[in-house]
Design a protein around this ligand. Structure first.
Ligand code: F6R
Length: 614
């Protein structure tokens, strides 16, 4: 979602800011802009579309400034136009702001400012905040701290979420950042300091980073910085080496990050699994949970909170954990959990799952759970992310940066960690050492099985070619393959824009079967359990109505003649790894299907990698 970069130092701001914006491109955006403080004036450039467009238009401005702020915008208030693109300048021309998040009371603030005859040039809530800062500045007795005070006063009047960077014409040596709800991190370099929504924006330039806490302000000069609370008291700055929080990302020989990330899943899963089994080889040992053994042993239920693909991984976890550990599991949309009057019964554990660790809905749900006194654990990929910092404990996915907007390797590792959690909880309860050992073996064997499936990628490309004209597709599976059906449908629609839906296979006849015709392919995942025959019967129901059927089936399951048009074979495998294996052909199918339509799979329309608004 929106990205912020700010720079103050001895170098050329233009170079640093454009480079930073490019590194944030993966978050998803629809316009980009930059502003510099140079001499006694501001230079600003804004463009809709890609950062490349912006770079071209700045070339003409040729700034040599060493203070500036930049932004990639994902539209919330107002359409994608140059006037709505950040940065925004205040009505008096003194302040420039970039803003992530949503100022929820922007309308009443705008009315207040309009009554003061202040005019607006955009439809954004961000311009309202900028004008409020300028208005405060005009009414304050302007002493040395007028800039900081005006920002602080304005923020105290805002409700909602913000991460901002602001510069002021009267302060050529100051860059201010502040956050509440939206992430913001300060980068500390040599003779230069940075502010960004994501540390990857200044990797290689800053040595250390300081993650701002909610309500904090950072006041930066080229050589110094300080952090204050929202009330203005000095706050402690905890620094972390940048190389420990962010890794460089490189496309290698692949055409897109999505393709690269699909094919690096064997390695990603090896990293997820590495060193995480007990010495006797019968259980999982997840370091981040070690301090919570008593709570885990006495659990009455688990509530997973997550969004999108991460939620589908949790649903896989629901089936596996209930089966292995006999602990009741609920999976909630984070955005729904937050506002529900969910009864707080027994010893409940909340597990929040988020690749980015910055999804606002998930973070707010965690905060709500903590307010209710629940133990919260996190599963996230991003070291040092807000989720990692705000939960009581947790586990890192260790799959390396996921840049493709469509989540692939993160899903596999989240589902794998859920299986490991099920194993660990199961072994604390009824699960026998023999069963534990067979699950450990299955998980250890997973990376090789994933490689085996990915090697058949060409067959999936051919299937995608065969069905490339379909505009409606159904994905169906039972039990732990039902969330895989949901995930297959999500993956396809988000990058190819075809309409796809996922259902439990048996649910087909309760409505969706009305969609079946020769133009609507159905993709069935067959379990390889006693339920296989029932799923095959559902396939035959589709065939009887002339619907094309693609079956994804374990090697040993026989598919009767005429029940599927195309069959893709998976290796026979333990139930704990089957959902991960069954999802691989669906990832590849979505990828090829979208590429055959000439679409950019890494930057699907309207989507953002890190969703930092509600
Ligand atoms: C789909 C996708 C999204 C994310 C969702 C949660 O491919 O990527 O549905 O899974 O926005 O993101 P995280 O896991 O970062 O909380």
């Amino acid at each position: 979602m929106c990205g912020i970069v700010g720079y103050i130092g001895k170098g050329v701001a233009q170079e640093v800011l454009l480079d930073g914006l490019r590194r944030l491109e993966y978050r998803g955006y629809d316009s980009a802009g930059v502003a510099f403080h140079e001499g006694h004036q501001f230079f600003m450039a804004r463009e809709t579309g890609r950062v490349g467009n912006l770079a071209q238009s700045i070339q003409r401005k040729c700034s040599s400034a060493s203070l500036g702020i930049a932004h990639t915008r994902w539209a919330t208030h107002g359409p994608v136009t140059v006037s709505n693109t950040h940065p925004h300048v205040s009505y008096d021309g003194k302040f420039i702001i970039v803003h992530n998040g949503v100022i929820e009371n922007f309308f009443s603030l705008k009315r207040f400012l309009s009554q003061k005859k202040i005019e607006f040039t955009s439809e954004t809530d961000s311009e309202v905040l900028c004008n409020l800062i300028a208005y405060n500045y005009s009414i304050l007795q302007s002493d040395g701290d007028g800039f900081i005070e005006s920002v602080r006063m304005a923020l105290s009047k805002c409700s909602g979420a913000y991460g901002i960077a602001v510069i002021c014409l009267d302060y050529p040596n100051t860059l201010i950042g502040a956050r509440r709800g939206s992430p913001l991190v300060v980068g500390l370099g040599e003779d230069a300091n940075f502010i960004a929504s994501d540390a990857s924006a200044f990797v290689g330039r800053a040595k250390d980073a300081v993650f701002l806490k909610d309500g904090e302000l950072a006041i930066l000069t080229g050589t110094d910085f300080r952090i204050t609370t929202s009330e203005g008291q000095e706050a402690q700055a905890v620094t972390q080496p940048v190389d420990q929080i962010s890794e460089e990302v490189d496309l290698g020989d692949f055409d897109s990050f999505m393709e690269k990330e699909i094919f690096e899943q064997p390695l990603a899963l090896r990293n997820t699994l590495r060193g995480r089994f007990g010495d006797d080889g019968t259980t999982a040992k997840l370091g981040g949970l070690e301090g919570h053994q008593d709570e885990l042993r006495n659990l009455d239920r688990i509530i997973f909170i997550a969004c999108g693909t991460a939620r589908h991984a949790c649903m896989v976890g629901e089936y596996l954990i209930e089966r292995l550990a006999r602990v009741p599991v609920e999976v909630e949309h984070a955005s729904e959990f937050r506002y529900r009057n969910s009864p707080n019964v027994g010893n409940s554990l909340v597990i929040a799952v988020s690749q980015s660790g910055e999804t606002l809905d998930t973070l707010e749900a965690v905060r709500e759970a903590k307010t209710k006194g629940l133990l919260t654990l996190g599963i996230t990929n991003v070291v040092g992310s807000t989720l990692a910092r705000e939960t009581d404990g947790g586990v890192y996915q260790r799959v390396g940066p996921e840049i493709g907007v469509a989540s692939t390797k993160a899903f596999s590792s989240q589902a794998c960690l859920c299986a490991m959690l099920g194993l660990a909880l199961g072994r604390m309860r009824d699960l026998s050492p023999v069963d534990g050992r067979s699950i450990v073996d299955a998980l250890n064997g997973l990376p090789n099985l994933v490689s085996e499936v990915l090697q058949q990628g060409e067959q999936i490309r051919e299937l995608a070619m065969k069905y490339a004209n379909a505009e409606h597709l159904l994905f169906l599976g039972r039990q732990s393959l039902y969330p895989v059906a949901l995930e297959g449908a999500l993956k396809l629609k988000e990058i190819s824009y075809a309409h796809a839906e996922g259902y439990p296979a048996a649910e087909l006849k309760h409505g969706p079967i009305a969609l079946i015709n020769t133009e609507c392919p159905s993709v069935f995942m067959v379990e390889g359990t006693e339920l296989s025959a029932k799923t095959i019967a559902n396939m035959q129901e589709v065939k009887a109505r002339k619907g094309p059927v693609i079956a994804i089936v374990p090697q040993s399951v026989e598919i009767p003649e005429g029940s599927a048009d195309d069959v893709f074979r998976l290796p026979d495998a333990h139930e704990v790894v089957r959902p991960i294996l069954a999802n691989l052909p669906l990832q590849l199918f979505a990828y090829h299907f979208a590429r055959l339509r000439g679409l950019d799979v890494d930057k699907p329309r309207n989507l953002a990698k890190s969703v930092t608004v509600e």
